[in-house]
Unconditional design. Structure first.
Length: 326
């Protein structure tokens, strides 16, 4: 999407200065998360790198104004970059991978996996319509054919990237073949991660990859209206909760928010999935669930469970009322 296309969808209204300040701060955070630079943003908008630098430095003449289509395009693109904090959790992915890999991977395999992680991370948080199909395919093939000592980590990182492709407003405009191809890759990445983990690696926690794959499949299935894909995705989301996982991996927010989303859509499978999630919650409820619920905005699930599983809801009446009234 070019800057001109982006600005056409930008809503009119007050608060442009506040949005400008917020966009600058947001892009600084985005660069920290992904490793992208100003030139990357310039390529997305179709302007020079110096224009991006001047925009971010608030140079006179480069502020967004209704009469400056390129500057408005920069603003619109940045505002579409914000990722999901409950899904994108590995900000310092290099040190995290070094810690997880330890001495199990040889030097070349470790270097390969870290480079792959950086390239996968660079695709997160961006508008799904701007993703490169070729880059995605290369990253996918590298992950599933990686040395066994690093394969599950590489599959997991790419699955984490895929989660950001299916839950944006723009995801509704992705063509069905692209969603199905992403789902097929997500299944294979998860299968490879689980198989390699079972065979050799004790430091990798398989619940992370299983949850990410479930998120991709469930969200893609809801976008496509594909019941089999949606059900398979929810099943993997619940498996991710039951399998060993890191507490920051977002397995609970992933499941809770996706079921809430399905209920909000009025999807036919949503009530049954809410009951499946209730069963899983009764079996595995703990601090992670309580933390995810307290930080979530789950009005549809709150309303549903108030009738079918009230014992799972917070005891604070105001929290329950908030969900019922929406």
């Amino acid at each position: 999407m070019s800057g001109a296309d982006a600005v056409r969808s930008l809503p009119e209204g007050p608060g442009l200065e506040e949005r400008y300040f917020a966009a600058i701060a947001s892009f600084v955070e985005f660069k920290e998360l992904t490793g992208c630079n100003n030139q990357w943003l310039a390529d997305q908008v179709g302007v020079s790198c110096s224009s991006i630098t001047n925009f971010l430095n608030r140079k006179p003449g480069y502020e967004p104004r209704r009469t400056r289509s390129k500057m408005m395009g920069i603003l619109a693109i940045i505002e579409g970059l914000e990722g999901r904090p409950d899904v994108i959790v590995e900000r310092n992915v290099d040190s995290r991978l070094e810690e997880l890999l330890g001495d199990d991977a040889d030097t070349e395999a470790r270097r390969f996996s870290l480079l792959h992680a950086k390239r996968a991370r660079a695709q997160r948080g961006t508008n799904p319509l701007l993703r490169s199909d070729i880059d995605t395919q290369v990253l996918y093939l590298e992950a599933i054919h990686a040395p066994p000592s690093v394969r599950p980590f590489m599959c997991n990182n790419l699955l984490l990237t895929f989660t950001t492709m299916v839950d944006k407003p723009e995801s509704r405009r992705l063509r069905p073949p692209a969603l199905r191809a992403t789902s097929l890759m997500a299944r294979r990445l998860d299968d490879e991660a689980q198989a390699t983990t079972a065979a050799a690696i004790s430091t990798f926690l398989p619940g992370n990859a299983r949850s990410y794959a479930g998120y991709v499949l469930a969200r893609a299935g809801l976008l496509l209206g594909d019941r089999e894909l949606t059900t398979a995705g929810f099943g993997r989301l619940y498996d991710g909760i039951a399998l060993p996982h890191t507490s920051s991996s977002g397995v609970w927010p992933n499941a809770l928010k996706t079921v809430d989303h399905a209920l909000g859509l009025g999807d036919a499978c949503a009530p049954a999935e809410a009951e499946r999630l209730a069963l899983v919650t009764r079996q595995h409820r703990g601090e992670e669930f309580d933390r995810a619920w307290s930080h979530g905005d789950l009005p549809h699930l709150t309303t549903h469970w108030s009738h079918t599983a009230p014992e799972l809801l917070p005891r604070d009446p105001s929290a329950l009322q908030k969900g019922v009234e929406r």
